[in-house]
Design a binder for this molecule. Structure first.
Ligand code: DAH
Length: 356
């Protein structure tokens, strides 16, 4: 056989092998191609190698050399194809190696509601069961809603600029009715009753009111363990025919008992004064914490809505009476959790907050 003829069939075979390896799309297909071309007994290359013996004697060294080169080339192409397939299928294997399902997982840090938010939600829930609807009012208020309509006269110390966050520029602009960050949620009593009256047809009596309002109030107090310039109040208002102090006390007792749980909780009234209630009381609650500790805690103020307040918003004090109360949310929350410094609630230290 002439050298040229031998080389031609060798080259053709190399090209076929390259195609077969490159197009193999599975390990099995590649193995079949390997056996077909590189099989030791009857692979195509082996067949060509056998043909070497028939090459003219003078050309044999050149033919042999070329055969070896092509064989090395075909083998390396087979290896490349092998790696290519390992890369595709083996990729999955590697990924599953990386995820060791037997390792303990990373603990997820799940957030939760702030203790004040939890307290507020629980209070809304309890008062909702007693028939009180939760309403909201603005935190920026005017003089009328924060003071005037609540029967707080111009000369009252509660209006003192040192006791309130007046909005300086707004105060000038609105003259007689300056704006301030509300100092109490009692403002919402006025807003609700005004709205009921506005929605009542002329000559008709406005409907009864049974609301609570929970929200932020602001006073320029220096922060210490029991004071903070911003805190929360829960305000309650019930206006209807024949409402008495006894209703007020029952509602507050039920509220405290539901919140703190158990018949052991008692509420007491101490005479007090607020411009918007008459008579007015200070509300205390008796608490016990399973470790034998007990005491009276001041919760806030309450009383029968002053006839002047009812009149200011258009309710007839001859027709209806009402009770109102305003309690400190932080105090109740702190008592519940044994928190002794109000500032801890507002430092947003996760180590503290995550306990609740
Ligand atoms: N607004 C009062 C305060 O912030 C609390 C209060 C007292 C609210 C008596 C009331 C009430 O509704 O009847 O100190």
């Amino acid at each position: 056989m002439a050298l040229a003829e031998f080389l031609e069939s060798l080259n053709a075979l190399a090209a076929q092998a390259r195609d077969a390896f490159a197009s193999a799309d599975s390990a099995d297909a590649l193995e079949a191609a390997r056996i077909a071309f590189l099989g030791a007994k009857s692979g195509h290359l082996r067949q060509v190698q056998k043909g070497l013996g028939k090459v003219d004697k003078a050309d044999k060294p050149a033919a042999g050399k070329r055969f070896n080169e092509v064989k090395v080339l075909v083998e390396s192409e087979f290896e490349q194809a092998q790696q290519r397939l390992a890369g595709e299928g083996g990729g999955r294997e590697e990924a599953s190696d990386r995820f060791d399902v037997t390792l303990p997982g990373e603990t997820l840090r799940i957030g939760h509601l702030h203790p004040i938010t939890q307290t507020i939600r629980e209070m809304k829930d309890i008062m909702g069961r007693l028939g009180f609807t939760a309403v909201e009012g603005p935190e920026i208020e005017d003089d009328w809603h924060n003071f005037e309509a609540l029967n707080i006269p111009l000369s009252h110390p509660a209006r003192d600029p040192l006791e309130n966050f007046y909005l300086a520029s707004a105060a000038k602009a609105s003259g007689e009715n300056p704006l301030l960050l509300r100092s109490q949620t009692s403002t919402v009593q006025i807003r609700v009753m005004e709205q009921q009256v506005a929605e009542t047809a002329a000559g008709e009596s406005p409907p009864p009111v049974r609301i609570i309002s929970l929200g932020r109030v602001y006073r320029p107090d220096t922060a210490d363990a029991t004071h903070y310039p911003m805190f929360h109040q829960i305000e309650g208002l019930l206006v209807d025919r024949g409402v008495t102090m006894a209703d007020l006390k029952s509602v507050l007792r039920l509220f405290c008992q539901s919140y703190f749980g158990g018949e052991e909780v008692h509420v007491r009234f101490r005479p007090s004064f607020f411009p918007f209630t008459e008579p007015s009381v200070e509300v205390d609650m008796n608490w016990r914490d399973g470790q034998g500790n007990e005491g009276w805690m001041e919760m806030g103020g309450a009383g029968m809505v002053d006839p002047n307040v009812l009149r200011a918003v258009g309710y007839d004090p001859e027709e209806v009476t009402g009770f109102a109360f305003g309690l400190g949310v932080e105090r109740i929350c702190m008592r519940q959790h044994g928190i002794t410094d109000i500032r801890a609630l507002y430092q947003n230290d996760v180590r503290f907050l995550s306990q609740f």
